[in-house]
Design a protein around this ligand. Structure first.
Ligand SMILES: Cc1cc2nc3c(=O)[nH]c(=O)nc-3n(C[C@H](O)[C@H](O)[C@H](O)COP(=O)(O)OP(=O)(O)OC[C@H]3O[C@@H](n4cnc5c(N)ncnc54)[C@H](O)[C@@H]3O)c2cc1C
Length: 546
């Protein structure tokens, strides 16, 4: 059928593709590569193709290698970190399918550090085995991004549009039929009509004043999905990385956790080791415990940072394994061999996201999500280190496989999308972004309580209500509105969960409570506010944790 767009705004270009992937990190590019067998794929991405959290990842990818390790042991560590909220079927998929996906990634050209043909594995916090493979010592994400970008560029069935921001999903009769986007370099408006759409827009670190994430990680995909009628889940669980360099940069440069795995120690500003007072595993405790301990220690001493002392690691080992961290420090005039390095926690990863099944399906017809923007329940209340690049590969593959099976748009849908008026989306002045970041850091951060969360929810609710609406707001206004919406969801979810668990710590509910062993789901209510519901944790029989 020839598309009839006569009723459509002539200033909006039309692009017809089989599959639209929004986002060009590990999840987006991997999904594109595997979806391309089903027909032409268009990847759109907000900045350059390489500007993603993926590109900044340092430590590595967790996969089990026999005989010392197994998917079951990897699963057990994942469950332990997840504090009772991991969905066991998702964990089983991640840990069983992970090694195969990584082997395929290597077939696509990713090179991981090896000796004599054996992948080098190291240990990270909360892992009971050395199972983290890595590239160039501490530049794993850059290598993954490089390999996938090259593979996608070479693929005849995949087109990448950089500097193209998705503004809204197109929904006709409950089916998602693509997205409206703006090519930010030229201002061109494009309606992308797709048989299937995959959101791979990453996380929410940019909602916080201090973050390791690039600014593109501001929750766009989650906001678009929520508005289209999808469900978000586990949004209260935001992970703070304990060792970002204490500085004014965004993103804050990271000192990978692998450094503590190899012997670095954390000190307070008095030069005292303190983690032993908070957890028996001290430096190797789960990252939420370490971040919280740092926060409390900083509060106790009125300090702005803690200190990471890398000098217990032999110099040659440091140079061989962490060359990029050393270079990053030296570029800032810091010498890790001569001084302890000032570090502090930073918003790093969101366990929650767009609720999907194990094939990335969001519950809205033709809409899938993969990677950090999605929530399969695999991370529970706290992600195990180095499980998230793996998540993008495993669930991106599954989403692509399912996407290939989606039928082409029926003729009546095609006709309808041509005539669809662009729905107005919220717009908020870009200056508000800084207000949101400060507020989230102060009130919805590492340590929370009802008073602070309530105040944050009210302030964000007001900002939401004051948002103007426009069919084509500026990209910055749309981004800021998305930040406000998702910050509001996080604050409300954190307020609703009256317990401490994993990454959520509330001083007014310091205990983990059995009645809260469930996922918190959120949807848009008919009046435009939010409605919450619970979902039981999915378990296997026998349990993976046994
Ligand atoms: C500093 C750092 C270190 C890390 N280290 C590790 C590690 O060692 N191991 C590990 O497993 N994980 C690590 N992580 C986490 C991991 O990197 C991320 O969770 C993962 O890379 C997310 O991949 P993704 O493809 O889902 O999203 P991203 O890689 O963040 O990609 C999201 C993409 O979506 C695009 N996008 C967003 N909104 C829009 C829009 N509206 N329109 C168009 N495009 C849009 C962005 O431009 C970007 O291309 C680290 C993260 C950081 C920040």
């Amino acid at each position: 059928m020839v598309l009839d767009y006569t009723a459509h705004d002539s200033e909006v270009a039309i692009e017809r593709v089989r599959c639209l992937v929004i986002g060009s990190g590990a999840a987006g590019l991997w999904t594109a590569l595997h979806a391309a067998d089903g027909g032409p794929v268009l990847v759109i991405t907000k900045a350059t193709v390489t500007e993603s959290s993926t590109n900044y990842a340092q430590g590595g990818i967790a996969i089990s290698t026999p005989p010392e390790d197994s998917p079951e042991l990897h699963a057990r560590d994942t469950l332990a970190a997840g504090a009772g909220l991991c969905d066991e079927p998702a964990v089983a998929v991640l840990t069983r399918e992970g090694p195969r996906r990584v082997a395929e990634l290597m077939d696509y050209g990713a090179q991981f550090d090896q000796i004599d043909g054996q992948l080098l594995c190291r240990r990270e916090a909360a892992h009971t085995r050395s199972r983290i493979i890595h590239a160039m010592g501490d530049a794993t994400g850059a290598e993954v991004q490089r390999a996938l970008t090259e593979a996608v560029r070479k693929h005849p069935g995949i087109t990448v549009w950089e500097f193209t921001q998705a503004l809204r999903l197109l929904v006709v009769d409950g089916e998602v039929v693509g997205a409206d986007a703006v090519r930010t370099a030229t201002g061109e408006r494009v309606r992308i009509v797709a048989d299937v759409t995959v959101l791979a827009t990453g996380g929410v670190g940019a909602l916080y004043k201090v973050t390791t994430n690039p600014l593109v990680a501001n929750g766009d995909g989650m906001a678009l999905a929520l508005r289209a009628g999808a469900t978000l889940e586990d949004m209260e669980f935001v992970q703070f990385h304990p060792t970002a360099l204490a500085c004014d940069e965004t993103p804050a440069p990271l000192l990978t956790e692998a450094i503590r795995g190899e012997g670095a120690i954390l000190l307070n500003t008095r030069g005292e080791r303190f983690l032993g007072r908070y957890h028996p595993m001290a430096e190797l405790a789960p990252r939420d415990v370490v971040s919280r301990a740092e926060f409390l220690e900083m509060e106790r001493l009125g300090a702005e940072w803690c200190l990471l002392d890398l000098r217990p690691i032999p110099r040659e080992q440091m140079v061989a394994n962490f060359p990029h961290v050393l270079q990053m420090l030296s570029e800032r005039g810091l010498d890790a061999f001569a001084q302890a390095i000032p570090v502090r926690p930073a918003a790093h990863f969101v366990m929650g996201g767009i609720a999907t099944d194990l094939d990335g399906w969001t519950g809205l017809r033709r809409l899938y999500a993969a990677g950090e923007c999605a929530c399969t329940g695999v991370h529970g209340a706290n992600r195990l280190a180095s499980n998230s690049l793996l998540e993008g590969l495993v669930f991106g593959y599954r989403a692509a496989r399912a996407a290939r099976g989606e039928p082409p748009l029926a003729e009546d849908l095609l006709a309808a999308v041509g005539k669809l008026e662009p729905a107005a989306v919220p717009a908020v002045a870009p200056a508000v972004a800084e207000q949101v970041r400060q507020l989230m850091w102060k009130r919805v951060g590492i340590v929370r309580d009802a008073e602070g969360l309530q105040a944050a929810a009210e302030e964000l609710g007001n900002l939401r209500r004051q948002a103007s609406r426009s069919p084509w707001p500026s990209c910055e206004e749309a981004e800021t509105a998305n930040m406000v919406d998702i910050a509001y969801v996080i604050a409300r979810a954190a307020l609703a969960r009256q317990e401490s668990r994993g990454a959520q710590y509330r001083t007014d509910f310091p205990e983990t409570r059995d009645q809260w062993r469930c996922h918190l789901r959120v949807r848009r209510s008919p009046d435009g506010d939010l409605e919450f519901s619970g979902r039981p944790v999915a378990l296997l029989e026998p349990s993976l944790g046994e």
